[in-house]
Design a protein around this ligand. Sequence first.
Ligand SMILES: O=C(O)CCC(=O)C(=O)O
Length: 282
Amino acid sequence: MQKLTDVQQTQWAVDGYLCIEGALNSDEVELYSREIDRFRTLPGWEPISGMLPRGHYGWVDKCADQSTEAFMDRRDILSYNQAFIDLIDRENVFDLIADIMGPNIIFSMSQAIVRASGDGFPGYTHTDGGEGQREIRVTETSRPIAVKAMYLLSDVDGPDCGNFTIFPGSHMRPIQFDQAPPVGPNTPGAVQLRGKAGDCYIFSHALWHGPAANNSGQARKTLLYNYCQMFVRCYDFKDIPSVIDKATPRQRRLLGDLGYDFRPGSYFYVPDDQNEIIMGIS
Ligand SMILES: O=C(O)CCC(=O)C(=O)O
């Protein structure tokens, strides 16, 4: 499997994120983008404004706004197309995630976000994993608890284009989540990343990050795939999802199929063949 180069290793340790340029080719970008537009018309998990506790998703018949340029935040997208299952362990990205996190990992969530242009959304900044994980940081040499891969499906050419915005090195500092005004994409130290459709950002759960405002005139589309240390478990489903029927042995393991029925201790200590399944090393 591919490993981080020395330069990537240093960037990961110092900045807390990496950019893989051209992780998806243009045909793949088109396919995923088309699929996002298609499942906007289908049932799925979406935030239901004001009706659910913060960060929770409810089941809807379709996206509230059917314009392909409008906001969408759809969770648990694997079942919409085989291509979403295949992306779980796409080699040029997953190899690097496995190198960073080690073999004892699980796939915890998938998401498609469309950030509309000109809707007045100012962006925001956070760390991943909710209240508990935001108290946990890593050091230069520690494996992270969780890592996300964010695939751009549209170009982000300038500032305030819905850019993925990060604070380099912030994965090693506590986020001031309760300060007023809150840390945001215009706080000193924020960097609005630019990129091309097909690029992928890999970042640590502890990195301060989030979207910037989008005033570009076009929607910004992304896919987000999250990986955790296995003891943390999945966020998108409580049981092993039925898509494992369409998954390879490695994808099945990443979706929580340990190869035996659950018993206390499962996911805590990993199965004997974990290295072999995830890294191909026996
Ligand atoms: O840029 C976005 O739309 C949000 C991405 C993000 O902050 C996250 O996935 O945690």
